[in-house]
Design a protein around this ligand. Structure first.
Ligand code: NAD
Ligand code: ZN
Length: 370
């Protein structure tokens, strides 16, 4: 069973097609959206063996000329050096401005391939086949592409929207369990910030989610994409001031940062190694809920409800052992916090959040220990 989410942007609209086993229809999916016939598939070596190589064959059988470019798995591939290798290989192997780029992989491949697509000959048509849960519910929606600088994640990049996103939930069967659970943290986040009924749906279906039931997976990915698309449509270029949401104005992309002020500090303090991003977000949401409780925004029942769902999904992670003062210091250096003022997205009730920059350091520190 297939589901579609339409993302409506100022310059163009595109579909996110979600289904089980639907990657076999990649050729038709592209044909409906482009006139081109030369495809550059960018992937990593894990995903190449599992899926991308076979998808290249699917396109070749459909008459496409196909190049498969393979990078090393992992965050270090999101670098300008990797881009240079890709640009040069593309040039040497005959790609031109009539080629399309198809990213097949997780968020690393998507961010990297999107940036390569945006820049090669000033911009190629771009498609995404995200293969991690995180990339299916988060990084493939919204058009942010780019690479890291040493010591500064996502510092160089641009907005480059795809012509289409094809999501096959079947590929999640091979995803390592930890990566899968890390993706679920962002799914829970959408429920907390925007959609109480969706949060309740996750509570009711935790077992099916853990068993990777295809129908339930299709539904949670569809709803997550829909919610992220709604925010991106309101604030395509991350230009809406965070405060406006709370004056009855437009949604701001900032609300997607729920749990992330804490999470970025946790990732930095653990050297980006021991914790996956989604794990850091899960703890970050637990801390944010506790901070909101200390400030009287939510009650203890809210905190417990969120803890219980995260635990049911295998995400009862605790804050890293570190001096809370150091964590506070790292939060004030987060690039999303303008001029060193820490801003938190905090819940007011399930499905609603607000921007908070007024807080006591003791409350933040207290919300870090449980
Ligand atoms: P990833 O791309 O590194 O993938 C994680 C691991 O899973 C890799 O080893 C990969 O080879 C492997 N893998 C991928 N699909 C698989 C499958 N189906 N079966 C087995 N193994 C598979 O990590 P990620 O979590 O997908 O993405 C993280 C990146 O996404 C970060 O760089 C982050 O900055 C970025 N991101 C971007 C946005 C955005 O809006 N553009 C949003 C969130 C995150
Ligand atoms: Zn995130």
């Amino acid at each position: 069973k297939e589901s579609n989410v339409r993302v409506n942007l100022a310059e163009r609209s595109y579909d996110i097609a979600i289904g089980s086993g639907n990657r076999q229809q990649l050729a038709e999916f592209l044909r409906e959206r482009t006139q081109r016939e030369h495809a550059v598939i960018i992937t990593d070596s894990n995903v190449d063996q599992l899926y991308a190589d076979a998808l290249g064959d699917v396109l070749t059988a459909d008459g496409w000329e196909v190049q498969v470019l393979i990078v090393e798995p992992g965050e270090p591939s999101k670098s300008i050096e990797t881009c240079e290798d890709l640009w040069e290989t593309m040039l040497n192997e005959g790609a031109d401005r009539h080629s399309i780029v198809v990213a097949v992989g997780g968020g690393v491949v998507g961010d990297l391939a999107g940036f390569v697509a945006a820049t090669f000959t000033r911009g190629l048509e771009f498609f995404q086949v995200p293969t991690t849960l995180l990339s299916q519910v988060d990084s493939s929606v919204g058009g942010k592409t780019g690479v890291n600088l040493p010591g500064a994640k996502n510092m160089v990049g641009c907005f480059w929207q795809p012509l289409g996103v094809l999501i096959d939930v079947e590929v999640l069967t091979t995803l390592p369990d930890r990566e899968y659970r890390a993706g679920l943290a962002e799914v829970v986040k959408y429920g907390v910030i925007l959609d109480e009924p969706f949060f309740a749906y996750l509570e009711d279906n935790a077992e099916a989610i853990n068993a990777k039931d295809p129908a339930v997976l299709t539904e949670i990915i569809r709803r997550s994409c829909e919610l992220k698309a709604k925010v991106v449509e309101a604030d395509e270029l991350e230009a809406v001031d965070m405060a406006s949401k709370f004056e009855g104005g437009k949604l701001s992309r900032a609300i997607l940062n729920y749990g992330h002020t804490f999470a970025h500090a946790f990732e930095a303090i653990t050297g980006y190694e021991s914790m996956l991003h989604g794990e850091a977000v899960a703890v970050g949401m637990r801390c944010a809920a506790r901070l909101a409780e200390k400030q009287g925004r939510v009650d203890a029942e809210f905190v417990q409800r969120q803890d219980l769902l995260l635990a049911a999904l295998g995400l009862s992670v605790s804050p890293p052992e570190a001096d809370p003062e150091d964590i506070l210091h790292l939060m004030s250096r987060d690039k999303k916090s303008d001029s060193g003022a820490i801003r938190f997205i905090l819940p007011t009730k399930m499905g609603h959040v607000e921007l908070v920059s007024d807080f006591q350091s003791e409350d933040v520190i207290a919300s870090l220990s449980f």
